[in-house]
Design a binder for this molecule. Structure first.
Ligand code: HEC
Length: 315
């Protein structure tokens, strides 16, 4: 495992392109809203979010800005959506537009939590906001979608619909009882819910992305998050047909349609050589066999092919 990660770390590409650059702010961030002028001082980074299950839906572009000071860190996510879908009752079953910002709470480099709400021993902290009048926030920690524990955090989140776009903000302490975001680089991921009227809505998610406050180029976390395998796609596809297609047809469960969009390369490698390290959906033991007996080149080629499994048309 270490050897493979090292192999890809020395071949990684476009480190900066994927990292969100946070800017230090002199303002009291606890007071800023989705339309505050202070956001003009932040750098906009483009993020792409991929449909979690719907294999025909397009991916979605979002602009993300991050500001911070000694006390707080503030996120703004903006995405295109002409229809404003509002939740009618606080605990109703109808759906609304919304967003989620997820943090890895005890991140060990190389051991990324499962992107869909964490997994056993790899906890995530989630700030979730659906559009209900203006407030319907939930904060929880999770080790998978079946183990969610609601918590109270001194955070503010809000949403504002500006004609054709949604803007969502989250302002939270740099440090609290659950998480410490004071290091130079942190790992964050985003979800957007896109609902139309009362239908269930589409959930789109990003991969783990690095947010850099003042990180050096060789920052180990950013290198892990941005590492890419650069093997042979064609050969990888053939190997995947041979070893993986009996269980994964890329469209049905275990669904891998957009896996190349929301899974980090390090996570893909781990899923193949150590399927039990992170098991999707809270089952404790994966029924997927380990492929750690394959030569490193084969694994890298398979991973290179898997990186290409993602929707390319974007909203
Ligand atoms: C015997 C059936 C089986 C085979 C063969 C198999 N898998 Fe899996 N795979 C699963 C199951 C079941 C899961 C979901 C449980 C889990 O997360 O381990 C899974 C999960 C995954 C995941 C994580 C999905 C996610 O949503 O995060 C990846 C990546 C993956 N497999 C890749 C592969 C690759 C690459 C191969 C071939 C080298 C392969 N699998 C072969 C059954 C299989």
């Amino acid at each position: 495992m270490k050897k493979i990660i090292f192999t890809i770390l020395i071949t990684y590409i476009s480190l900066q392109a994927l990292t969100i650059e946070a800017r230090k702010s002199k303002t009291d961030l606890s007071k800023i809203t989705p339309i505050s002028r202070e956001w003009m001082t932040a750098k906009v980074s483009e993020l792409i979010l991929y449909p979690e299950t719907n294999s025909t839906a397009k991916a979605k572009k979002a602009g993300v800005r991050v500001l911070y000071n000694e006390k707080n860190i503030a996120f703004l996510i903006e995405w295109h959506d002409k229809t404003k879908s509002v939740q009618k009752e606080l605990n109703g079953t109808n759906y609304a537009d919304g967003f989620t910002i997820q943090f890895a709470s005890n991140l060990e480099i190389g051991k990324l939590p499962y992107i869909k709400m964490g997994s056993k021993d790899r906890e995530v902290l989630v700030h979730k906001q659906r559009f209900y009048k203006s407030k319907n926030k939930k904060t929880f920690i999770a080790e998978g979608s079946k183990s969610i524990k609601n918590i109270e955090i001194n955070s503010t989140s809000s949403m504002e619909h500006l004609g054709k776009n949604w803007r969502g903000t989250l302002i939270r302490p740099i440090k609290d009882n659950y998480i410490n975001l004071s290091s130079d680089a942190i790992a964050v991921s985003f979800v957007i819910w896109h609902s139309e009227n009362d239908n269930e809505g589409l959930k789109l998610l990003s991969s783990w992305v690095g947010v850099s406050k003042d990180a050096k180029e060789d920052n180990a976390l950013l290198a892990t998050l941005n590492a890419k395998a650069e093997g042979d796609i064609k050969r990888g596809k053939e190997l995947a047909k041979k070893y993986c297609a009996s269980c994964h047809n890329y469209k049905t469960t275990p669904n891998l349609t957009n896996i190349g969009g929301y899974a980090s390369t390090v996570y893909l490698i781990e899923s193949i050589v150590k399927p039990n390290a992170v098991v999707a959906d809270g089952k404790n033991i994966s029924s997927m066999p380990s492929f750690n007996y394959l030569p490193t080149k084969d694994i890298l080629d398979i991973v290179t092919f898997f990186q290409t499994l993602k929707e390319t048309s974007k909203d």
